[in-house]
Design a protein around this ligand. Sequence first.
Ligand code: MSP
Length: 532
Amino acid sequence: MEKFYITTPIYYPSGKFHIGTAYTEVLADTIKKYKKLQGYDSFLLTGTDEHGQKIENKAKEANLEPKEYVDIQVKSAKELWEKMKIDYDKYIRTTDEYHIKACQKIFEKFLKQGDIYKGTYEGWYCEPCESFFTETQLVDGKCPDCGREVKKMQEEAYFFNMKKYVDKLLKYYDEHPDFIKPAFRKNEMINNFIKPGLEDLCVTRTSFDWGIKVTSDTKHVIYVWLDALMNYITALGYTSEDEELFKKYWPADVQIVGKDIARFHLIYWPIFLIALDLPLPKTILTHNWITMKDGKMSKSKGNVIYPEQLINKYGLDATKYFLLREVPISTDGLFTPEGFIQRYNYDLCNDLSNLLNRTVSMVNKYFEGVVPNYNGTPNEVDLEFEKEAENAILEYEKYMKDYEIYNSIQETWNFIARTNKYIDETAPWVLAKQVEGESEEEIKIKQEKLKSAMYHLIASLKEIAILIRPFMEETSTNILNQIGIDSKSITWNSLKEYKNIENIKVIEKGEPIFMRLNLEEEVEYIKNLMKN
Ligand code: MSP
């Protein structure tokens, strides 16, 4: 079985995850499930990035030891992923003993190779926050966290010699066009960070304790990015006694990151790997952000929305649908309460749920629930429709090659609209109606067309159920149940058997899978959630 290794960033466990964080996770989970349906041995890694000054400060505020603090946060992170049915295979915590050991070994290796050297770190220091900031991180010359005065300070630190590897990195970019997706991020990296002169990266600190100690110089802790990035290989057992997973899954097939951390993953991460003489991931996929009308989500603006709030009221599938449908990979998406409810009402209720309902009730009405076997000569309308059914799969798969899920979903909903149009084109209620004075031949032709219409509708609903399965599993299963197909028998290959729907019986009375919501009431409801 061919392997597929996919990773999410490891999140800072410094508070509840909002829908933005959940977006990254859902994207990765969808790709994992898509690959799994296709028969890959797919492995999804996620986890938490638990060291550093910020976490240390947060723990202090909560009167807890850092480890106690992160344990609580991690518990709620795992509960959220469980609620969202995220199918991860491993959860790494950077406080895990194996990760700590591996990072220490890697650090010493870099030191020995001469990639890491000792120097002086200069930055702006905020005493109350006990944090260093770079010039660009300051807000109006003040601390970006608390807004107080900052002082220029120096401390001894180790640096990674990035310059040594820049040429190799650029060569790699050139020779591997699939490495950076979407491709425009490559020029962004080159123009914004590499051409102006790539600075060496500070990889240790002495001003706080909450981190992995450098074994050969214990007053230093490894600064978060070196510690954090290594998770993708330490999770697989790299440098441990058991490297089986590492041998099997590395290099990663795709690593998902948000645009804010693209630089760390497109420049520093590959350089670390080159320095370790390891193969680089096949693709790093950078996605844009979900934003609010007034910009970034933040507690102080009172515009934060948490995934569980939407899931509890509108269900998991509707929540995931909105996130994936509204945020394209390469531009920012917008969350508005109106947008959310409209997508629910139009896309899920009008387009999808009604299509299923109408079809199931017609098969019941005209054929007592038994989907007719259709083997007549297809007419022009049917032939064209079949072609579009096939095309929808091709387009979907084409976009998924570049992990452009947003476009794949759009193609799916185009096909749902096309299927609804097919009902209008074939007008089954006209075909079913006996008209006075019709010849036997005419009745037979109409009956054949009616059979064909039902047959094509059910085949298309099966196709739609499979296409949405990677991100709306419950809905997919529900659709398949209603049209009498065992969801357990479904794989991505079932799409090739559009016409394999012999001898099936639809459910007698199918419940609507999505019910229309009252726009004003629900918008009010969501706005209130955001205020609290
Ligand atoms: N700990 C680092 C990552 C280390 S990976 C070796 C980190 N953590 S984070 O918790 O701040 O962010 C995790 C991910 O969530 C990032 O990919 C980030 O882009 C994503 N998102 C945070 N807010 C987001 C939105 N509003 N929209 C979409 N994704 C967002 O960075």
